[in-house]
Ligand binder design. Structure first.
Ligand SMILES: [Zn+2]
Length: 763
């Protein structure tokens, strides 16, 4: 589009804009690359595809289908809108056409909206084949009257992991036709299955494979993922099978400009920058006023509302129709969302402002520009949101506008890191004891376990014996039987690690259940007066009934969030690995050691802070009165030797403040490298660790038992040290701020410089 090019060159000429650009990356146009139709594929299917206008397959589609037809499990990693759906629909349709018309396929998608689109596309292709294929969505909205027909006759059943967990596997005897004939399991958006959710999914897949084996089937898996560092490894851990990777995208694309924009500093002392919302809306308005179709992403529902208002006003000022700008987020009614999706596809709407609700594969067509108001939290999400802009021909632009948050500041100042090899890994730990035990209960309910039977890689007799002592299993003959009245899957949430959950009740909406929070997260997230975020809506917790495990929430719109202050006491239970950290050479005093092991963490949460969204200013405190909680988890820790500590102090280093600052910075950069939420880890500094008496920083997995993050940090701590140093050095503040090592009120006047001094010996 000539308009996009013209606006981009105006940006370049305008000093108010160009001086804030930290990076301008141009991805050249790529012509399409095609592959052959796989030889084994049914000729009538190829004919049907041609009639639908698909003359050739792109090279990655051809490769994925060829591998699937050969019997491989396949993971496809290509960008948004590169035609991934054919990579799994063609093998499924081929099998139904050529091999077994009664075969079955199970599609797992993380959201419902996505499923609707998939169903439509598959149905049209099947229609073209002239085969009466039954494709059904089975989820919480499926009416009871339709369920029986779906169970018996659905060739392709489209569902989500929660439904498989509570609605399908426990009732497998009603789904015999599906399990006897299950040929393919298709799982999209695999990168979403990480951490606790991914660890659950891996166990859910073990249960699925067990049931399939019982009915004599052995399905193959076809998966898709956004770009992460370890897609093949993640798929192999999730599904317990060997996978072939397809990641060479053959789809064409036009020239694309990726621009990093850091709002100008307005207060150097506090490290405050101009608001991301006003800067992002100014940039988006330049596109919209010139009739360039644009999508704007905001991190919260509140931001989306403000951005929508600003952009409607900008349109009015430009004498254009403000109704062509629409907001989009969870909480809108389905037909309103369908209208926005359709209107964006057709061009009726010029601008759409969305939360990450539109990040997943909902079809809104492709736009010419995307403006990201704030870093979406991971490189994978950034590519997905940016992927909304860009057609197969013509120029498109993506502008990432940073907020003051540490992750944003790290990314915006390290663009090469962003455009280099993706360093984020999707981590899971299917062997997490709490999660594994939950699924053993579900598995035993579904089918008794035989002595010595493996679940995943290992046999599980020890855990089964423990569950017998807990009186939920009974050993009889050579089998373990479920012996409780309760129905286990109902009580196990795929999104939390502990079975003991708090229920959150929405008092603004007829006391409906809003969500659940596990025991160990409860004091941090749902203490009284906490602001609880749910799908980017804000709720205040009015009351927390600790004994009754219930929190009462009321919907509000405020400009701050709450951050509870956790005080933990950490004891090392087992030291599994240790290794000397390579310190600056030529310094005989310099030494530090890294460890990985199991720790026990006792936590109290005495206070919370109120923090303003845009500036991260502290705008108030409150007290919390809740009991102490104990848990065991995995931890990484870094210990400074007595010699190095003495040496640092002789240089005038404030060890306490420096360790606090360093712990904050490490906690801020770790999620960039390890694909996790900042809340999944906790970094705790101790000037004198009780275990050794030495200065130590612990970074532990917040979930009891751990989900693999601490172990990964042990392997890559030197990269985290380097990144922390770059974050702190690159920050414009004088003595610490929320964008780098924490405000100087918390880390002391010398905290920032002391952290840098310590880091000199670690990098
Ligand atoms: Zn700073």
């Amino acid at each position: 589009m000539a308009d996009v090019e013209r606006i981009l060159s105006e940006f370049q000429r305008d000093p108010r804009f160009s001086k804030n650009i930290t990076f301008w990356h141009t991805l050249p146009a790529e012509p399409p690359r095609y592959g052959e139709w796989p030889e084994a594929m049914a000729p009538e299917l190829i004919e049907a595809m041609r009639r639908r206008g698909v003359e050739h397959l792109y090279s990655h589609q051809s490769e994925a289908v060829r591998l699937a037809l050969r019997g491989d499990n396949v993971i496809v990693v290509t960008p948004t809108a590169s035609g991934k759906t054919l990579c799994y629909n063609l093998p499924v349709l081929d099998h139904l056409t050529r091999v077994n018309p009664e075969a079955r396929a199970l599609y797992l998608f993380p959201t419902k909206a996505l499923s609707q689109d998939q169903v439509l596309e598959l149905r049209e292709t099947a229609g073209e084949l002239g085969r009466p294929l039954k494709i059904h969505t089975f989820d919480g909205d499926t009416p009871a009257s339709a369920r029986r027909a779906i169970r018996n006759s659905g060739h392709v059943v489209v569902t989500n992991p929660d439904m498989l967990h509570t609605g399908i596997l426990p009732h497998h005897t009603l789904w015999i036709r599906l399990f006897e004939n299950l040929q393919y399991v298709v799982v999209d958006e695999v990168h979403h299955y990480r951490g606790v959710f991914g660890s659950h999914l891996a166990n859910l897949m073990r249960r699925l494979r067990r049931i399939c084996a019982f009915y004599g089937s052995n399905p193959r898996f076809i998966c898709c993922s956004a770009t992460i560092a370890n897609p093949k490894e993640l798929a192999e851990r999730l599904f317990g099978r060997r996978f072939s990777l397809v990641d060479d995208n053959g789809a064409p694309r036009g020239e694309k400009h990726f621009i990093f924009y850091n709002p100008p500093v307005i207060n150097e002392e506090l490290g405050i920058r101009k608001s991301v919302v006003s800067e992002a809306s100014r940039i988006a308005a330049s596109f919209l006023e010139n009739n360039v179709q644009t999508i704007v992403f905001g991190r919260s529902r509140l931001r989306v509302e403000i951005l929508t208002t600003y952009l409607k006003r900008a349109m009015q000022r430009a004498k254009k129709d403000p109704d062509r700008i629409r907001g989009y987020r969870g909480g809108y009614l389905p037909n309103e969302r369908r209208d926005i999706e359709e209107g964006t596809r057709s061009g009726r709407y010029l601008g759409v402002v969305s939360t990450n609700a539109l990040e997943l594969g909902i079809d809104i067509g492709r736009l010419n520009a995307a403006v990201l108001a704030g870093y979406p939290g991971s490189i994978a999400s950034t590519w997905q949101q940016g992927g909304r802009a860009g057609r197969s021909q013509g120029t498109s632009a993506v502008v990432l506008v940073a907020s003051s948050a540490p992750l944003d500041q790290f990314i915006i100042q390290h663009p090469r890191f962003f455009f280099g090899a993706s360093p984020e890994s999707g981590l899971i730990n299917p062997q997490n004891l709490a999660i594994l035990a939950s699924h053993l209960k579900c598995g035993a309910f579904e089918l008794p376990f035989a002595d010595g039977e493996a679940f995943g890689e290992d046999e599980v007799d020890g855990l089964l014996r423990y569950l017998e002592e807990e009186r939920v299993l009974r050993h009889a003959g050579d089998k373990w039987h479920w012996s409780s009245q309760a129905y286990p899957a109902e009580e196990i949430s795929l999104r939390s690690a502990s079975a003991e959950n708090f229920v959150i009740i929405n008092t603004s909406d007829h006391n409906k259940v809003l969500g659940e929070v596990d025991l160990h997260s409860a004091p941090m997230l749902i203490h009284e007066q906490a602001i609880y975020l749910h799908q980017s809506r804000q709720f205040v917790i009015d009351q927390l009934d600790w004994e009754g495990r219930t929190a009462y929430a009321r919907e509000v719109e405020v400009d701050y969030y709450t951050d509870a202050i956790e005080e933990s006491d950490i004891k090392v239970i087992a030291e599994d690995m240790s290794d000397r950290i390579q310190t600056r050479s030529g310094e005989s005093v310099a030494s530090a050691t890294r460890y990985f092991g199991e720790v026990s963490v006792s936590t109290i949460v005495p206070k919370y802070k109120k923090i303003r969204f845009e500036t991260h200013e502290n705008v108030g405190y409150g007290d919390i009165h809740l009991p102490q909680l104990d848990k065991q988890t995995e931890s990484y820790w870094m210990e400074i030797s007595a010699e190095l500590a003495n040496h640092l102090q002789s240089l005038g280093v404030d060890l306490g403040g420096g360790l606090r600052a360093l712990a904050t910075a490490l906690g801020n950069v770790a999620p960039v490298f390890v694909l996790c939420d900042p809340k999944d880890i906790h970094a705790a500094p101790m000037v004198r660790a009780p275990f050794s008496g030495l200065p130590t920083i612990y970074i532990y997995d917040v979930y009891p038992g751990g989900i693999g993050i601490a172990r990964k940090i042990f392997d890559m701590d030197e990269r985290l040290f380097t990144a922390s140093r770059e974050l702190i050095e690159g920050c414009i503040c004088k003595s610490g701020c929320p964008s780098c090592a924490g405000p100087s009120l918390e880390i002391g006047e010398r905290g920032k410089s002391s952290a840098l001094e310590i880091l000199k010996y670690l990098t």
